[in-house]
Design a protein around this ligand. Structure first.
Ligand SMILES: Cc1cc2nc3c(=O)[nH]c(=O)nc-3n(C[C@H](O)[C@H](O)[C@H](O)COP(=O)(O)OP(=O)(O)OC[C@H]3O[C@@H](n4cnc5c(N)ncnc54)[C@H](O)[C@@H]3O)c2cc1C
Length: 294
């Protein structure tokens, strides 16, 4: 999403251009040609390389352009199998640890470190892992509104490559086979996931993630790999590290920035930068900077 002053633009009305006039980001232009003027700033929550393209790469130093042109999207994505169920998964592990039936987030699919290493190597080689592993939950145990009364909904998120042998489109062709395979692995941990219990399945592939969210290129769920060259002050680049850009009024607030995915850090940092620059009131209490010792 891109915030342009007071208005916000969501997927379905894609932004084609961040309008720049005399080194100021003054608004956005949508794919249908509509222009939305920014009241005072443009804050981009899409990926940093995409933001550069929309604003015009010529406005950014060569070092920034070079790095973001080679942005590391990551060697793995996620495939999600969703289940509609009569009964929640009954994990065999509950026999020695009954708390598993009260845990929201359950991680399964591997028995040792070698299998973890192999799984990520397979993803890097664009092969489906032979030990699919990841976290999942049975949402209805905690919020029954996820399913009709008395029924259940559960999901599992194994790590997976963006492309399979033959290309990313192979996901469309291989969904039935991969769904059956993942269900069989899950059944190894929860034996009641039998055909009479499983009412329906739905598989969301890495290619679907990219199709549904132009900022998650190559199924990059955090808008860029977590590698040292893309973490901390390096995310996305030291010259953009404080959520500001060389263009007046253009801020980055998405997961390509320091803080990464889904914790709100990039948005919080960008909001602080914006209110400081524009001398606006801050309707929140700033978090104190960390105290360093040693
Ligand atoms: C299957 C899956 C599971 C995940 N699981 C976890 C998890 O367990 N824990 C966790 O921490 N994170 C998880 N994530 C990652 C998390 O969803 C992301 O880190 C987070 O959504 C990133 O937030 P964001 O605001 O930076 O970007 P996004 O949420 O990607 O928002 C960017 C928005 O910009 C829109 N957009 C893109 N291009 C344009 C354009 N040109 N014009 C207008 N709009 C545009 C997109 O449609 C999108 O709405 C998961 C992601 C996926 C896909």
């Amino acid at each position: 999403m891109i915030e342009a002053g007071g208005g916000s633009v969501r997927a379905g009305a894609p932004v084609r251009e961040i309008v720049v006039e005399s080194n100021w980001a003054t608004g956005v232009r949508l794919a249908d040609g509509t222009r939305i003027d920014a009241a005072r700033f443009v804050a981009s929550g899409i990926d940093a390389p995409g933001t550069l393209q929309l604003a015009g790469t010529e406005h950014f130093p060569e070092a920034v352009r070079a790095k973001l042109a080679n942005w590391h999207w990551g060697d793995h994505s996620l495939v999600t199998i969703h289940l509609a169920l009569n009964q929640p998964p009954a994990y065999a592990a509950a026999k020695f640890d009954p708390d598993i039936d009260r845990a929201f987030n359950i991680f399964f699919g591997f028995d040792d470190t070698d299998q973890v290493v192999r799984s990520f190597e397979r993803c890097k080689a664009s092969e489906f892992p032979d030990f699919p592993m990841g976290n999942g939950a049975c949402n209805t145990l905690f919020d029954p509104t996820y399913a009709p009364q008395g029924k259940h909904a559960a999901f599992w998120w194994p790590f997976a490559p963006y492309a399979l042998p033959g290309g990313p489109e192979e996901w469309d062709r291989r969904k039935p086979e991969i769904t059956a395979r993942l269900l069989a692995v899950w059944r190894g941990y929860a034996s009641n996931l039998t055909p009479d219990n499983v009412l329906a399945t739905f598989l969301l592939a890495p290619l679907d993630v990219e199709r549904g969210n132009a900022a998650m290129r190559r199924g990059a769920v955090r808008l860029g790999a977590y590698v040292s060259s893309q973490l901390g002050i390096n995310r996305p680049h030291p010259l953009l590290a404080k959520n500001r850009t060389p263009l007046e009024g253009l801020y980055l607030c998405g997961s390509s920035c320091h803080g990464g995915g889904a914790n709100g850090g990039p948005g919080y940092n960008a909001a602080n930068a914006i209110v400081a620059d524009l001398k606006l009131a801050r309707p929140w209490t700033p978090i104190a900077p960390p105290e360093w010792s040693g």
